[in-house]
Write a protein that binds this ligand. Structure first.
Ligand SMILES: C[S@@+](CC[C@H](N)C(=O)[O-])C[C@H]1O[C@@H](n2cnc3c(N)ncnc32)[C@H](O)[C@@H]1O
Length: 200
């Protein structure tokens, strides 16, 4: 397992990404192609920024990535890529939706790789993680354009099925993705919804 970890860690360093987690998005994109040129992307829990950088390359200069995190990030703009705007804030805060909508009213893709501060208590860590995933889905329902996609980290546990069952009917297609770059012993998986079909 360590070998896999080292491989993705080194690969991320070589390709100038700040975190190995980038491949958890890149693998899903290679299979399902939900990030499209010129899209508006919301990246929740974006720090240190690998997913935002990757998405900004895929969607190109006509698109935009809005990143949100508790930790401080910064705005970046590089030629040939989409601008990355950054909002420092707590996704649980009621005012966050209005802050995001100052940039764009709707998004083509909502990404969430949020993870809570862990305490070591498996049950409580899992509950905290699930409440972040549920909140990400609330934001997705509020902010996704029709036809949009949602890609969200979730920890498999007792309430996972209920979460997945709440996401599934809102999209034409839904999948549970376990990227190879996600450690096998970790219970993290990613829920992917493609083609948002719900009326608001
Ligand atoms: C695994 S990291 C994300 C890594 C990122 N996808 C990347 O590739 O660089 C998880 C992030 O979720 C953020 N986070 C956790 N709870 C949050 C909350 N309530 N609001 C905003 N961000 C949160 C953490 O601050 C942390 O930076």
């Amino acid at each position: 397992m360590k070998k896999v970890q080292d491989y993705y860690f080194k690969k991320a360093r070589k390709e100038n990404y700040p975190a190995r987690s980038v491949y958890k998005l890149a693998e899903a994109q290679d299979r399902f192609h939900f990030l499209k040129r010129g899209g508006n992307i919301l990246d929740i829990g974006c720090y240190p920024g690998s997913w935002s950088i990757y998405a900004s390359k895929v969607i190109g200069p006509q698109g935009v990535v809005i990143g949100v995190d508790l930790q401080a990030g910064s705005r970046t703009q590089q030629s040939g890529r989409a601008a990355i705007e950054f909002i420092r804030g707590d996704i649980m805060d009621d005012k966050i939706i209005a802050a995001i909508q100052e940039y764009r009213p709707r998004f083509n893709v909502v990404l969430s790789d949020m993870a809570p501060q862990t305490t070591g208590n498996k049950w409580s860590d899992q509950q905290k993680s699930l409440s972040l995933s549920r909140r990400a889905f609330v934001l997705a329902r509020e902010l996704l354009a029709q036809g949009g996609s949602f890609y969200c980290k979730v920890f498999e546990g007792e309430d996972f099925k209920e979460f997945y069952d709440s996401v599934r009917p809102c999209f034409a297609k839904a999948k549970i993705v376990k990227p190879r770059s996600s450690r096998r012993e970790s219970r993290e998986v990613f829920v992917l919804g493609i083609n948002y079909t719900r009326e608001r």
